[in-house]
Unconditional design. Structure first.
Length: 177
């Protein structure tokens, strides 16, 4: 049976949905502070993708999705005139099943320490670090998503990492070099 362009487009859309829905949902939930509203924003983001005419040949779809999702989530926040964040306990950690229980417990504790340290950073720095390290975007892609310059993204990442380093040194979690 010969596949039509519509079949290929539907398959491409399903693959983009499978790959990006989770990261977009976490990103929107972080901005909105509510998973249900985040689901609505992500659903609207994918509807906009369908209407946009983008296809498999467009190499910037993840960046485009995060930009649309971010803008829509910020619109929702502006409409409600408040911006809240998820509490630390509601973030989802996915510990590896491979290490033995003591190692897994240690990793979980370290992740909690990192999450707590992240909460001490300004919201913009938190957002930039999450886009970089949780979602793997380049400085250029982050700049496109957030509307900042590439050099500003680099500065924010550098500053945030410096603050985290100082925090961990002060807490005795990082050795002096």
């Amino acid at each position: 049976m010969k596949r039509t362009p519509d079949d290929r487009s539907a398959e491409w859309f399903r693959s983009v949905l499978a790959a990006q829905e989770g990261p977009l949902l976490r990103y929107a939930a972080r901005i909105l502070g509510d998973v249900e509203r985040a689901r609505d924003v992500v659903q609207e983001t994918f509807l906009r993708l369908l209407k946009s005419g983008k296809g498999p040949d467009d190499g910037h779809v993840p960046e485009w999705l995060f930009t649309v999702c971010r803008n829509r989530a910020l619109d929702v926040c502006r409409k409600e005139r408040r911006m809240t964040h998820l509490a630390e306990h509601s973030e989802q950690f996915q510990p590896s099943t491979e290490p033995p229980p003591p190692a897994a417990a240690s990793l979980h504790e370290q992740a909690g320490q990192v999450a707590a340290a992240m909460e001490t950073l300004p919201a913009r720095q938190q957002e930039i670090l999450r886009l970089k390290f949780q979602n793997g975007f380049s400085y250029k892609q982050i700049a496109g998503i957030t509307g900042l310059s590439v050099s500003n993204v680099g500065f924010l990442i550098h500053t945030a990492i410096g603050k985290l380093r100082k925090h961990f040194k002060a807490a005795g979690l990082l050795r002096q070099m």
